[in-house]
Design a protein around this ligand. Structure first.
Ligand code: SAH
Length: 460
């Protein structure tokens, strides 16, 4: 009898990648995807705790699953991700006794072992033998796409640096994802080759400070070298990487992005605040001027690079004047995108232990909105300049009756076309612009790409 699984995911791209890895492993063990959380035989909640809001969502799901477990005691419930972290499991087990398995971020083993022990293998065999069979079953599937996404997913996230050892005062990630460690390049390449075999055309390499990739190896391995090798994988059209930190952005990396066609000129390099005192309180490790100089270096080499930033408003002690410094920096930088977050106290962080969360909630919201309005204004103007120009679009999927894809600069583009263009690169002439999206029509379909039929045959 086939058993169904449901993986519920919130949070960052890293979580999306972890859920993908887990789903393909579960499918290798004979599980099939189920649509509804409450109906599956196995439910996994992959959680995020970077802000209180994300944590609240996971708690709501847990309360709902408590009732499901009461009604259907044979359901297996697993909790994964940053809520579990590297050492929260014992505490969570007391609070949520109906959860069967706890899995730290990026670690699927606890669940796979639990399942192999429960029902998948003949109990007459020893644990070691069952474990060996389990490993053989999942070995090649670990880095695949879940079956429903084969030939469908055009883009995929690939973690290359796990954890973080930087300890910004606001951030919980180092406590939940553990110390920084890089994945061997061979593993990264193996995963990407497998993904491209299954129809993926664009990958985004992930790490908290991705530019530090390889600094924990004894050889010369670095992000620039890895990006070059990834860009050479046959069938892959585009590579992106995130997140960069100003202190680790080398000229070699900038040159590599500028010189390698398949590496998108898109750099996510968060400033977090535009005032030196706030940056010091955050322990970011750079000044506003140092940040400016990094952006200058990027723009000197790639004048039209899409540079994105994250900003936290209402951090401990942030005054109106300090916030206005951030506002002025945003007007000056004219980033292609800002991810704006209102500061949220996170347990055990340095800020939670030593700094007061003293900016009122409505003031945080006011600052968020001011920045957001500024960004809308800037993007409206920047995008208007693209009117009537031709952009290169990698088509991802259909959305509300239109095709949806992105440019190398990560602009979202929508257009209508009767053909199946999933995974194809097309040139789109922009006919209408909005701050967060562009609309147009195809003027050219690029040659030498796998046709939709070939992709469709991959989908089962
Ligand atoms: N490693 C990356 C980003 C990691 S988390 C970096 O160093 O920049 C993603 C974003 O969430 C951060 O850039 C930050 O803007 C936001 N964030 C992290 N902790 C937060 C907190 N306690 N409150 C509000 N936003 C937070």
């Amino acid at each position: 009898m086939s058993r169904t699984y449901h993986v519920w995911t919130i949070g960052c791209q890293m979580n999306e990648a972890d859920s993908r890895h887990l789903s393909s492993q579960l499918e290798a063990l004979g599980y099939t995807p189920g649509q509804a959380v409450d109906e599956a035989d196995l439910v996994v909640l992959n959680t995020c705790v970077v802000r209180q809001q994300a944590e609240d969502k996971a708690l709501n799901q847990l309360h709902r699953l408590r009732r499901t477990k009461e009604a259907r005691p044979d359901i297996t419930i697993a909790l994964m991700g940053c809520m579990v972290g590297m050492k929260e499991a014992p505490r969570l087990k007391k609070r949520f006794p109906f959860v069967d398995v706890f899995m730290p971020p990026s670690e699927t083993e606890p669940l796979l072992e639990y399942l192999s022990d429960q029902d998948l293998y003949d109990k007459s065999r020893s644990f070691d033998m069952r474990e060996k069979a389990l490993r053989e079953a999942i070995q090649d599937e670990e880095f695949s796409l879940p079956t429903a996404l084969r030939g469908q997913s055009v883009t995929a996230n690939v973690p290359v640096v796990l954890g973080c050892s930087h300890a910004c005062t606001f951030c919980v990630i180092p406590y939940r994802r553990g110390a920084e460690r890089s994945k061997p390049p061979e593993d990264v390449l193996r995963e990407i080759r497998r993904l491209t075999d299954q129809g993926v055309r664009e990958v985004t390499l992930l790490g908290q400070i991705i530019d530090r990739y390889g600094t924990d190896f004894d050889d010369e391995t670095d992000l620039a070298g890895l990006l070059r090798r990834v860009a050479a994988v046959p069938g892959l059209e585009r590579v992106r990487f995130l997140t960069s930190h100003p202190n680790w952005m080398t000229d070699r990396l900038i040159d590599t992005v500028a010189d390698t066609e398949k590496i998108c000129p898109h750099i996510e390099i968060p400033v977090q605040a535009g005032n030196d005192e706030v940056l010091t309180a955050m322990r970011r490790g750079y000044t506003v001027d140092e940040y400016r100089r990094v952006v200058d270096r990027i723009r000197a080499r790639m004048p039209d690079a899409a540079i994105h930033s994250d900003i936290i408003v209402g951090f401990c002690g942030e005054t109106e004047a300090q916030f206005m410094d951030t506002y002025r920096l945003a007007s000056e930088m004219r980033w292609e995108k800002i991810h704006i977050a209102k500061y949220s106290v996170r347990p055990k962080t340095i800020a939670a232990r030593s700094l007061p969360d003293d900016v009122p909630a409505d003031e945080k919201e006011r600052r968020r909105k001011i920045l957001d309005d500024l960004q809308t204004e800037i993007l409206e103007e920047k995008n208007r300049a693209l009117l009537d120009s031709d952009v290169d679009v990698l088509v991802e999927n259909r959305h509300k009756g239109k095709w949806r894809g992105r440019t190398p600069h990560n602009k979202l583009v929508f257009f209508e076309d009767d053909r199946d263009l999933t995974g194809q690169r097309v040139t789109v002439r922009i006919r209408e612009t909005r701050p967060y999206s562009l609309f147009g029509s195809v003027v050219r379909n690029h040659d030498g790409l796998p046709q939709a039929a070939a992709l469709a045959s991959l989908a089962r």
